[in-house]
Design a binder for this molecule. Structure first.
Ligand code: SF4
Length: 255
């Protein structure tokens, strides 16, 4: 009988043989698998389906237990595969010099993008009652179309709230070194560009969603306008910091 770890590893290796999957598609996506149009070409998604429990856990503790088990299995299997690769190549991992992560100093843009995430999260929480009341009113008058429109907008704003800051941060890692390296033997700058591009896409979608609220809720106009302005400035600065970023082709999505 196959153990959970063996199952995790075998299904991963089987999927990695499939030619119809797009290599690296999960690197510059928005990780919103429920809304993704490329699930059947994504190794990450298909593997998660393979290893998830047959039935949805009944309670949050069970759900969290499964979550941590998947994380543990992923680490164990990754380490095991790394050791196997090193063995094949005759590399002794114990002798590899300890890798020093270069120190990263956060840029003002990263701080701004991170703060946006916290601010929008707090703002939505603070006005939860307002949005709930609006939703109840729409139910009362049977306006399903508006209900769906606002729900969709809310989901988009929530999904990308912290995502934008995380991607802006990633886009700045080792940025100076990579931008000033004309050889870029390993194509490392592509990671900065891909991260910046998905951050810009997320900003665009969030601004569209905020505009839905802006035109519907006069009471919230000033707050929403502030968020729109902030996002617009973050986007402008990203386009300036990463020249040509929108031409970057994200595997599977832009080619
Ligand atoms: S590419 Fe799509 S399915 Fe794959 S991880 Fe990203 S959002 Fe999820």
């Amino acid at each position: 009988m196959e153990s959970k770890k063996e199952h995790f590893k075998r299904t991963l290796l089987d999927l990695s043989e499939r030619k119809d999957l797009v290599p690296g598609i999960y690197n510059y996506c928005d990780r919103w698998c429920e809304r993704c149009t490329m699930t059947q070409r994504c190794l990450t998604y298909l593997h998660e389906q393979e290893v998830k429990p047959d039935a949805e856990p009944l309670n949050p503790d069970e759900k969290n237990k499964n979550f941590w088990e998947q994380i543990r299995l992923a680490w164990e299997v990754t380490l095991e595969m790394l050791e196997e690769d090193a063995d094949e190549k005759g590399i002794d991992l114990d002798e590899v010099a300890a890798f020093q992560m270069p120190e990263h100093v956060e840029t003002p843009l990263e701080i701004r993008a991170r703060n946006y995430g916290t601010d929008i999260h707090n703002w939505l929480k603070q006005h939860q009652q307002f949005f709930e009341t609006k939703a109840e009113q729409l139910v009362t008058i049977n306006d399903e179309a508006s209900m769906i429109k606002y729900q969709d907008a809310m989901e988009v704003i929530q999904w990308y709230g912290f995502f934008i800051g995380a991607k802006v941060h990633r886009a700045h890692l080792e940025l100076k070194n990579r931008q000033n390296n004309p050889d870029d033997e390993f194509g490392l700058y592509a990671d900065n560009l891909g991260s910046a591009k998905i951050a810009i896409i997320a900003i665009g979608r969030t601004m569209d969603a905020l505009s839905v609220f802006y035109s519907a809720f006069k009471e919230m106009e000033d707050d929403i306008l502030k968020f729109l302005l902030e996002l617009s400035q973050i986007k402008k600065q990203l386009l300036k910091t990463f020249p040509g970023v929108m031409e970057f082709k994200r595997p599977g999505f832009d080619d």
